[in-house]
Design a protein around this ligand. Structure first.
Ligand SMILES: [Zn+2]
Ligand SMILES: [Zn+2]
Length: 331
């Protein structure tokens, strides 16, 4: 099958359009004709080989919404025509302990959509059926792509850790992830505080669901306040102040890929039973729950649409933080 892709020929390079031939879907796989694909910070990290995982030419794009146009053996042909989302993960083994236990996102033989395979900045992308999620009525097709990486990343700490609706939740960073996290935490029933370095975003943060907006530098004044801090930023914070802001049994959940070690002292953890956790997106079951939750509560990413022909403009703008709050490329 002949398809079109937008690929980086080398580390940090601009994407170029080219055609390539791909195989028919294998057993258990579906082919999506890409309709929309969000641009995530992880695409930049992969284009730049910041994590040492990249193989070139690299086709990024892992916030896909597409229509099923071909199915492999064992997939119900009734899926043809269905509009589905695909995120960071495109396949797992489905027979290991983690897959069988409902933690397929922790599968040791996980396939990531843009690691060693062709991603969603393409006319078509292939994935395992169970990692493509049908969009329920009430979820806007054109804006849904960012839910499948950014969205599930911030839904995971709520759904997978069974956070109480009485919890006081702080979201650090009002960006691609944070603006969705605020909506989820508000709809969850929580008391929600947005922590930011830019009070210019305060009004929007309140619209997304924050009850309070505070400057990050004021964190030392907020000691003992939060049951859960969801940190979406990928640069070092004043870690002792973050830990001190947690209530007894409070938890810091780290989602931003900070490359430097995080300085956490034993006595940040022991006396008040505080903890630090992290998570890599979530399982297909949590994805299904997330899209239904979004439909029920009217949660949607705030996106700026651009045609795929302007992908390099979108990348340049994302690199300088010039986006509110996610680019979605249209095909
Ligand atoms: Zn597995
Ligand atoms: Zn992503």
């Amino acid at each position: 099958m002949e398809i079109r892709v937008w690929e980086a020929p080398g580390s940090g390079a601009a994407l170029q359009s080219s055609s390539r031939t791909v195989q028919e879907p294998a057993a258990g796989e579906v082919v999506l004709e890409v309709l929309h694909c969000g641009l995530c910070h992880s695409d930049l990290s992969m284009i730049d080989n910041a994590w040492g995982l990249s193989a070139y030419p690299l086709v990024p794009g892992h916030e896909v919404v597409g229509r099923v146009v071909a199915v492999g053996d064992g997939v119900d042909p009734a899926l043809l025509g269905d509009v589905r989302g695909l995120g960071w993960i495109s396949g797992s083994c489905s027979h290991c302990l983690q897959c069988l236990g409902g933690d397929a996102n922790l599968c040791p033989s996980l396939e990531a959509t843009i690691v060693g395979r062709q991603g969603g900045f393409a006319s078509h992308v292939t994935a395992r059926q169970d990692w493509t999620i049908s969009l329920p009525e009430g979820v806007a097709v054109a804006d849904a792509g960012p839910l499948f990486c950014g969205g599930i990343t911030v839904f995971a700490p709520l759904i997978d850790e069974a956070v109480s609706p009485t919890a006081h939740v702080a979201v650090v960073g009002i960006g691609g992830l944070g603006h969705i996290a605020l909506q989820f935490a508000k709809a969850w029933g929580c008391r929600v505080t947005a922590l930011t370095t830019n009070l210019g975003k305060a009004e929007e943060a309140r619209r997304f669901g924050a009850h309070d907006v505070q400057l990050l530098e004021q964190l030392p004044d907020l000691a003992g306040r939060f049951d859960l801090v969801i940190n979406t930023v990928n640069h070092p914070l004043d870690w002792p102040a973050v830990m001190a802001s947690l209530a007894p049994r409070g938890r810091l959940h780290q989602l931003g890929a900070v490359l430097e070690p995080m300085q956490i002292a034993a006595f940040d953890l022991i006396p008040q039973r505080r903890s630090v956790t992290g998570s890599p997106t979530s399982s297909p079951a949590s994805l299904l729950k997330m899209v239904e939750f979004c439909a029920r509560h009217g949660i949607r990413p705030q996106v700026e649409h651009l045609p795929i022909s302007q992908i390099n403009d979108a990348i340049a703008r994302l690199r300088r933080g010039d986006v509110r709050y996610r680019f979605v490329m249209d095909f």
